[in-house]
Design a protein around this ligand. Structure first.
Ligand code: CUA
Length: 144
């Protein structure tokens, strides 16, 4: 009886928060109208720019379910200053095996810098559940 009572209570809480209070997963968030989102500089022209000796700035846009630009390449030993924002929902920004790991939130600019000492293909992936295509949200950064 205690188990059945707990289950009923939990289902009631989930039901009320979902249907009466509108607590839905991010893929159901419709608070942002994609037609009305204004993408201001520098995010209107995302891309990789050389800003100094082995210094690069990567201006990136996270949108369900990819990042722009989707391919970048820098020489070994370069420091990349990432500036990332989102036009829709909260996304993640992680480069496995590095300390690059941040949340990308609409309306905010997330920044992080990292020096790529080893050559190779680095995966940039989303680690925040952002909807039906979350698992395919990844791009690559090549260090040559
Ligand atoms: Cu974007 Cu998960």
């Amino acid at each position: 009886w205690a188990g059945a009572a707990c289950l009923t209570l939990f289902l009631l809480i989930v039901g009320v928060s979902a249907f009466a209070m509108g607590d839905q997963p991010p893929s159901h968030m419709e608070t942002i109208d994609p037609e009305k989102v204004v993408v201001t500089a520098p995010f209107d022209k995302p891309g990789l720019t050389r800003v100094g000796e082995k210094q690069y700035e990567a201006v990136m846009l996270a949108q369900a379910f990819t990042y722009t630009p989707s391919k970048m390449s820098v020489p070994k030993g370069s420091t990349v200053h990432f500036k990332v924002t989102s036009t829709d929902v909260v996304h993640g920004f992680e480069i496995p095996a590095t300390n690059v790991n941040m949340m990308v939130t609409p309306g905010y600019v997330s920044k992080i810098s990292y020096t790529f000492k080893k050559p190779g293909k680095y995966l940039i992936l989303c680690n925040e559940y952002c909807g039906a295509g979350h698992q395919v949200m990844a791009v690559t950064l090549e260090v040559t």
